[in-house]
Write a protein that binds this ligand. Structure first.
Ligand SMILES: Nc1ncnc2c1ncn2[C@@H]1O[C@H](COP(=O)(O)OP(=O)(O)OP(=O)(O)O)[C@@H](O)[C@H]1O
Length: 480
């Protein structure tokens, strides 16, 4: 995948890195939508690709050429040790190349370099078109955001299909870095590899950070030196940031979307915050921050009037982006593109406030915010309180439809090992102690949380579950 980030654009083609967790049906839809001509497939995922091509062959005779990437270290699913008829093997395919091949440069810097499908957290994945210029600018920006000097050692836990690895694929190369890839993203292997390869930088979604801080202490190997971890993709709970800091990591918090090439903002750290108490530092670090220098403009606006919200840390508006590091368009979807760029700005669908120092703080995705008795409830705020409970490993809050209040907060919680005794009443009381009562969850459900492969909780699945529970109000009049 890493090599293809260079080979494909240099051959004048467009890269479309697909999510490795998709099933055959979804892969067949995306192959058809993207009109991919060549499909490079890791042997571990061959059975998915094979299934996708079978589905595709029912409606099309124009199937992509398959090139199989073999890896002696991977566990193979199915009979895929050798390419079958009509397929090529990656290394043999490379040998057919000419050493004097002339790189095909883009005719225009705004020509597409890649198509990235969104994570599909709130709807079906959308194909986001990146330009060479945008990818170049965002790669350089991420190098700066990661405080990456020359020859870094970068550990991949962020999938390269997610915004081209937040553009770090190209960023690490720009700095002459070493890439360390791992197939099994576990806390034990992360700590082992960080120590063994003297990793200097890594990227990780908050869920991976949570896994690392909750790992048994025998797995938490000492760090070999300064390790910068960039996190983003979902709201990082302040407690998680705080604990990562206590393990010795230097955490960089960035926020963005597939449509802005991964990172769009950075919570730039101010030296005067160094001496603040740890929990205040973590709360400040959890804010999404300011635009990076590759981006032209970032604003929080009322999406109807397109006026900026005041910097009062209270008024909620929608986060909007402008500039060369904003996507060109959604592939083959003019309507969604026009909608997304209404008023000349890219509408993120994220709701935020702006603090007096200009830093933005996300409150929710517009699809996730809960409206209860006419009051907006930020699910991020409630989740952050849940995370501060010592027994909570993961938490997500959604609206449970309610006949009287419209919606009521409903928490889905995964407990840490050894905390099975924690009851829903205890969690509710804990939240009521720390939040205005209308914001505290009225229902708590324990269990695993459904996740996308980019580490986001699939709240639409939880919303369905909450809906199926029915209204609380008609059963028992609620006292807020
Ligand atoms: N640092 C962050 N803090 C809070 N939320 C974040 C952060 N970084 C990213 N996000 C969330 O992730 C979203 C972007 O996710 P991505 O582009 O991967 O696809 P998706 O929006 O999850 O998928 P789909 O649009 O298909 O539902 C942002 O809009 C925001 O809600």
């Amino acid at each position: 995948m890493y090599e293809l980030h260079f080979g494909v654009p240099m051959a004048g083609a467009i890269l479309c890195a697909l999510n490795t967790r998709h099933d055959s049906a979804m892969v067949s839809v995306l192959l058809k939508h993207s009109e991919a001509k060549i499909l490079f497939v890791d042997q571990q995922l061959y059975h998915i690709a094979h299934g996708a091509l079978q589905i595709l062959s029912k409606t099309s005779s124009n199937l992509p050429l398959v090139i199989l990437v073999l890896d002696s270290q991977s566990i193979v699913v199915g009979n895929t040790t050798a390419p079958s008829r009509g397929e090529l093997e990656y290394e043999s395919f490379l040998e057919t190349g000419k050493l004097d091949f002339e790189v095909k440069r883009p005719k225009d810097e705004l020509d597409p370099i890649s198509v990235n499908y969104t994570s599909g957290t709130t709807s079906s994945p959308k194909g986001v078109v990146y330009s060479h210029r945008g990818a170049y600018l965002n790669s350089l920006a991420t190098v700066l955001l990661n405080e990456m000097g020359s020859m870094p050692v970068y550990l991949w836990t962020v999938p390269m299909f997610h915004c081209n690895g937040w553009c770090m694929t190209w960023g690490v190369a720009a700095q002459g870095g070493t890439n360390v890839c791992l197939r099994d993203v576990t806390a034990k292997s992360i700590f082992r590899i960080v120590a063994e390869y003297r990793v200097t930088h890594m990227g990780a979604a908050p869920t991976v950070l949570s896994m690392m801080i909750n790992a048994p202490s025998c797995d938490q190997k000492p760090l070999p030196g300064k390790v910068v971890v960039m996190t983003g993709a979902a709201p990082p709970p302040p407690q998680v940031l705080f604990k990562m800091e206590s393990l010795g990591f230097m955490v960089v918090h960035s926020y963005g979307l597939t449509e802005v090439y991964g990172a769009g903002t950075i919570c730039a750290w101010k030296p005067e915050w160094d001496d603040l108490p740890p929990d205040t530092r973590a709360t400040l670090r959890a804010r999404q921050g300011v635009p990076h220098l590759g981006l032209e403009r970032l604003d929080v606006m009322d999406p109807i009037t397109m006026r900026s919200v005041p910097s009062d840390a209270k008024t909620i508006g929608e986060v909007m982006f402008r500039g060369n590091t904003v996507m060109r368009r959604y592939l083959k979807d003019l309507k969604a593109t026009q909608e997304a760029f209404k008023g000349g700005w890219f509408h993120s669908g994220d709701l935020a406030v702006r603090h007096t120092d200009g830093y933005i703080e996300l409150k929710d995705r517009s699809k996730d915010i809960i409206i209860s008795g006419g009051e907006n409830i930020s699910t991020i705020e409630v989740e952050s309180v849940l995370f501060s409970h010592p027994g909570v490993l993961e938490a997500a809050v959604v609206g449970r439809p309610d006949e009287h209040w419209g919606e009521m907060p409903c928490a889905f919680v995964k407990l840490k090992d050894g905390f099975d005794h924690v009851t829903s009443e205890e969690i509710i009381a804990f939240c009521r102690d720390k939040l205005p009562h209308y914001m505290a969850p009225k229902t708590v459900v324990f269990g695993d949380l459904p996740k996308t492969s980019t580490g986001k909780t699939q709240k639409y699945i939880l919303r369905e579950k909450a809906k199926a529970m029915g209204s609380l109000s008609h059963k028992k009049p609620s006292k807020l």
